[in-house]
Ligand binder design. Structure first.
Ligand SMILES: [Zn+2]
Length: 149
């Protein structure tokens, strides 16, 4: 699992300090705090109810872009859908299985750049397919049916 109180940067090994997130945004935002690498500028936000706890790994620009690209596809399968919370949970289980990682570690915020790339390739593969449930309640994807005519 990831270190929720990082002192060393997971990208460059630089010193990480905890403080106001106005250091990375122009004003305080969300929990108001973040962990910031003094060397490369990678950072991670913290939980609002537990502002000392990092949300994931420190991320640089390529990781932030990777996360956005993954979420754009991933979220399209559950956001605003019936039983959204269950679908989101089941999608993380499906993705963990596809990536051969434990489901507890299956969160885009926990992924390094290599895992983000892998996740994106997997998600791209199902982007235009239909999400379905099998008889055991597991998610699978099927080619979308084309409209007749
Ligand atoms: Zn760093």
């Amino acid at each position: 699992m990831i270190n929720t109180h990082p002192t060393r940067c997971n990208i460059c090994g630089g010193r990480v300090t905890y403080g106001s997130n106005a250091r990375v945004y122009s004003r305080e935002y969300g929990s108001g705090y973040c962990y910031l690498c003094e060397r490369c500028g990678a950072y991670v936000g913290t939980h609002k109810p537990r502002p000392r706890e990092a949300l994931g790994l420190l991320a640089d620009e390529p990781m932030r872009t990777g996360k956005k690209m993954c979420h754009a596809i991933f979220d399209s399968f559950w956001k605003g859908k019936p039983k959204a919370g269950k679908k989101r949970h089941d999608l993380y289980c499906w993705l963990a299985h596809e990536m051969e990682i434990p489901v507890e570690g299956c969160h885009f915020g926990y992924f390094d750049i290599g895992q983000l790339r892998r996740a994106y390739i997997i998600l791209r593969g199902v982007q235009h397919k239909q999400m379905k449930y099998d008889n055991c309640g597991n998610i699978y994807f099927e080619e979308a049916e084309h409209e007749a005519g």
